[in-house]
Design a protein around this ligand. Structure first.
Ligand SMILES: *Cc1c(COP(=O)(O)O)cnc(C)c1O
Length: 364
């Protein structure tokens, strides 16, 4: 048996006719940049998320840049985030000249621990960026309460969590601005790079639309220093098709996760924990084990692809050595980085495959 990790091929075959037609429509019109499919997708995303404004952009990374630029994050500012995330979350803070300030994670959800945030707030702190890791939102109410008390902005990095919920609100409808990514392997992926920002604030929405096109408020008139940050029409056409099937795909993902949990619950493994007031879209099904390298190697021998999200927390990355964090500073993030591994996850993992993976997941 060979078990693919994200199985993008299968999904394309499933929706091939509709996707090919949507792509060819764009080719026939040759409206490659800001074609009508872009606007269509933004309307569809607003309907799906209940956020008042959805603005597509070139990637989940650029979505974070747009959000921080719209909130006027400046050199010298401090932005609080988690060290246990993909590099883009903190990299974009640093790219804008601001300082990433890390706060350790919650041992169960692996998201930023709100009880540790206040200690890190200084007069320079401007914003908090919680990440909805593996598809589950962080404890936003607790974070928002701290942000309100200290007049800080909240940006939700929802790159992995499109369609998840926190107390019945979608992940895209939380904080001042929420972002997502349509990178192919994310739960809602396009066929290249893409992303979006969401906000209920009209002023921020207008500013992000302008920032996305080189800060222009009129053709060749530039109000801000901005980005070339548009999402291609073809990519929007792909997401328009996939979004139609997304509720069904999400339900399947959640079913696969439940089946994994049922199959693995008697092993000496730490399984994903989803808080009672949230849902996860299971961008990853990540478990914690002691002998990770050995277990991964054994699974690989059987044709089962696994991955590690993420093997090194950001405070220990070479690019952030100038921040002078030390090993041991964020013990939970460090421990989880050593133990975490992700099993194949996509809507189409079969019962037989789950059984096979479980049988080959041998804990010594
Ligand atoms: C994937 C990801 C991003 C970046 O998205 P891209 O579309 O690849 O630029 C940012 N943050 C997190 C948490 C991610 O997982």
């Amino acid at each position: 048996m060979k078990i693919d990790f994200a199985n993008l091929q299968y999904q394309y075959q499933l929706y091939k006719e509709e996707i090919d037609e949507a792509i060819h429509k764009v080719l026939d019109k040759s409206n490659y940049i800001m074609g009508e499919e872009v606007n269509e997708l933004e309307k569809n995303l607003e309907n799906f998320t209940d956020a008042k404004n959805a603005i597509t952009c070139s990637s989940g990374t650029d979505a974070l840049l747009l959000a921080m630029m719209a909130l006027d994050i400046q050199p010298g500012d401090e932005v609080i985030t988690t060290p246990f995330t993909f590099i883009a979350t903190a990299e974009t803070i640093a790219l804008l000249g601001a300082k990433p300030v890390f706060v350790d994670i919650d041992e169960k959800t692996y998201n930023i621990d709100p009880s540790k945030i206040e200690d890190k707030i200084t007069p320079k702190t401007k914003a908090i960026i919680p990440v909805s890791l593996y598809g589950q939102p962080a404890d936003i109410d607790a974070i928002q309460t701290i942000a309100d008390k200290h007049t800080l902005k909240v940006i939700v990095d929802g790159a992995q969590s499109f369609g998840s919920t926190y107390k019945d609100k979608t992940d895209s409808n939380l904080g001042d601005i929420s972002t997502t990514s349509f990178f192919p392997a994310k739960p809602l992926g396009c066929f290249g790079d893409g992303g979006a920002v969401f906000t209920n604030d009209e002023t921020l929405a207008t500013k992000m639309k302008q920032l996305r096109v080189h800060g222009q408020n009129k053709r060749y008139h530039h109000k801000y220093i901005g980005l070339g940050g548009r999402m291609d029409t073809i990519q929007c056409a792909v997401v328009n098709v996939k979004l139609k099937h997304y509720k069904k795909d999400l339900a399947l993902r959640q079913e696969v996760a439940q089946k994994y949990t049922d199959a693995l619950k008697d092993k000496d493994i730490i399984l994903p924990f989803i808080a009672y007031d949230r849902t996860s879209v299971f961008a990853q099904y990540s478990i914690r084990v002691q002998d990770r390298d050995e277990i991964q190697a054994k699974l690989k021998e059987q044709g089962i692809t696994t991955a590690v999200h993420y093997p090194m927390p950001l405070h220990l990355q070479e690019c952030f050595s100038y921040l002078e964090y030390k090993k041991g500073e964020f013990p939970t993030a460090e421990k989880v980085s050593d133990e975490i591994m992700s099993l194949p996850m996509n809507p189409y993992v079969s019962d037989e495959e789950i059984k096979f993976i479980s049988e080959n997941l041998i804990i010594s």
